[in-house]
Design a protein. Structure first.
Length: 546
């Protein structure tokens, strides 16, 4: 199979349809549209600007910004200039920014829209030159217009497949971020295969709003656009999300479990569950109601809906399926280009599975139940960490994923937990929290959950209520939570039975460091924060902390 690099595909698109719309960027109430040729001009200006910095070939160039057209343009410019991109999550705190820039030894960083620009920019050392996108509110060393004013790069370089293309730092859910090294081969092979697996073509439209510093958005959105020629639409902010998605009318829509839950809660805030159930039972009305809901979400043109990054409750998938939104789960890691399994095409009888192995990927279950994967999508190494690299690969080249799972007779994989998330109770029995958390999430008033209890007689669960849940009468809500607790416990082995649910008042967010940038809970941080609560003796089955 002949595979081209992202740069080669970019050259092809510019040549074959220079005037076709590629990127749509809203800003300050206006919309800027970029054709392939217009993007090409700016990419060459970025490449020339980098050349003027006089950096050695293969320098590590950092990127920290929310998604925008300039992110794509700069990534391509970094490739064209012969350098290696190092994306950083736009929500990263000063400590993480400082760590990545120092660890990767980045001489330059591109800065765009950020959550807390002053604090985040303060973490950039003087030795790292900062270049500001047009949205950057804090002063950078070089502004965007000045950087682009130094001419256009004239060449058509083609990197070799074994060259390093990017170093992607993990979100740090279990400690310091690790730099995942991917070559042009692993990225190119994965992007090419993804198109075939998902039937992506140049008529498709995608809304880019999940962090581009994350491997899923980078591969399935940015790289996918280069390999297929599809159109990309960006959002201006979360406040304009509804307007931006209606402008895009995406044909492919990728989200994460927490956002799918938010969409569900938004629908139920306008139409209570009992009324929705009643309408969906009427054959003539059902299709009209479902279509109206999809239109309201801006998803009426979508042909593929997906969820990844963290486990999604099967109950949530069943709920959306009733209104014609068939959410296909996918699974992968930064270390394997997020290219492990896929549930496309959607099968209702396989809800709860993460799908089958993609073509070209070999998946096996080890003796201790770990999912292990092998394929051209696997990373080269962890940057500057040979010991951790050796630990994560088996002797015969399989990637140890850290996920526990099983494979059914049809080849569908089901995750049963994380090896590192397992904990031992005082009875000496191991508990795997993820499947229990998934069952608890079936209660519509629960938005976030963490099952814990190392060294306790019985595990407990910390829960955060949904916005709708907080509006309910406390007595009725307590009854609902007790019913869910009893229902879940009835299906668990004796050592897994939850002693209680503890309702905490504070949302778990990226900002308070309780979620990773990809919206996974940081168990070790949560357990430390709520240590006294977890270990305190309570008689009630549902405990309220406020």
């Amino acid at each position: 199979m002949s595979i081209k690099t992202p740069l080669e595909l970019f050259y092809d698109k510019v040549k074959s349809h220079p005037n076709k719309l590629y990127l749509t960027q809203p800003h300050d109430g206006e919309v800027q549209e970029y054709s392939w040729q217009q993007v090409n001009q700016k990419v060459r200006q970025v490449a020339q600007g980098l050349m003027e910095l006089g950096l050695p070939k293969g320098s590590h160039i950092a990127l920290i910004s929310k998604n925008c057209a300039e992110w794509f343009i700069t990534d391509l410019g970094i490739m064209m200039a012969g350098h290696i991109s190092v994306p950083i999550f736009p929500t990263a705190g000063p400590e993480t920014i400082s760590y990545v820039l120092e660890h990767a030894k980045c001489p330059a960083i591109f800065v765009g829209k950020l959550e807390q620009p002053d604090q985040q920019l303060a973490a950039i050392p003087e030795t790292t030159k900062s270049i500001g996108f047009p949205y950057a509110k804090s002063k950078c060393d070089i502004d965007w217009e000045t950087f682009l004013s130094q001419g256009e790069f004239a060449g058509y370089p083609v990197p070799s497949m074994n060259e390093v293309m990017t170093i992607i730092y993990t979100s740090g859910s279990t400690g310091s971020p690790k730099g995942v090294v991917h070559t042009y081969e692993s990225i190119s092979w994965t992007a090419n295969c993804s198109l075939k697996a998902l039937n992506v073509n140049q008529e498709d439209r995608i809304l880019s709003y999940l962090p581009l510093a994350h491997i899923t958005e980078r591969l399935l959105v940015e790289m996918s656009s280069l390999y297929s020629g599809l159109e990309i639409f960006f959002i201006e902010s979360l406040d304009t999300f509804k307007t931006d998605i209606q402008r895009c009318k995406p044909t492919l829509f990728i989200s994460v479990p927490r956002l799918w839950t938010r969409f569900q809660m938004g629908i139920l805030a306008q139409m209570p569950q009992k009324k929705l159930d009643r309408l969906l039972r009427i054959p003539i009305i059902r299709g009209i109601v479902a279509k109206k809901i999809r239109q309201g979400l801006g998803l009426d043109c979508a042909r593929l809906w997906a969820s990844g990054s963290a486990p999604i409750s099967p109950a949530t998938i069943h709920w959306f399926n009733r209104i014609g939104i068939k959410i296909s789960e996918g699974w992968g890691m930064t270390e394997n280009c997020a290219y492990g399994t896929s549930s496309v095409p959607f099968r209702e009888d396989k809800i709860g599975c993460i799908g089958k192995a993609y073509e070209g990927v070999d998946i096996r279950i080890s003796e201790d139940g770990e999912i292990q994967v092998k394929g051209p999508c696997n990373m080269k190494e962890y940057y500057l960490e040979p010991e951790k690299t050796a630990e994560v690969f088996t002797e015969d080249g399989y990637l140890r994923t850290g996920d526990k799972g099983e494979i059914d007779a049809d080849g569908y994989v089901r995750i049963t937990g994380r090896l590192k998330d397992m904990f031992k109770t005082a009875k000496g029995k191991y508990v795997t929290p993820v499947p229990i958390e998934s069952k608890l999430m079936e209660n519509e008033y629960i938005e976030q959950v963490c099952v814990t209890g190392s060294d306790l007689k019985q595990p407990i669960s910390l829960v955060v209520l949904s916005e709708d849940g907080r509006k309910q009468n406390r007595a009725e809500l307590t009854n609902s939570l007790e019913l869910t607790l009893n229902s879940v416990n009835a299906k668990l082995e004796s050592h897994q039975v939850l002693d209680r649910l503890v309702v905490v008042p504070e949302d778990w967010t990226i900002e308070n460091d309780l979620l990773t940038p990809t919206l996974k809970i940081k168990r070790h941080v949560l357990e430390k924060k709520y240590q006294d609560v977890i270990n305190a003796p309570y008689k009630e089955k549902v405990v309220w902390l406020s």
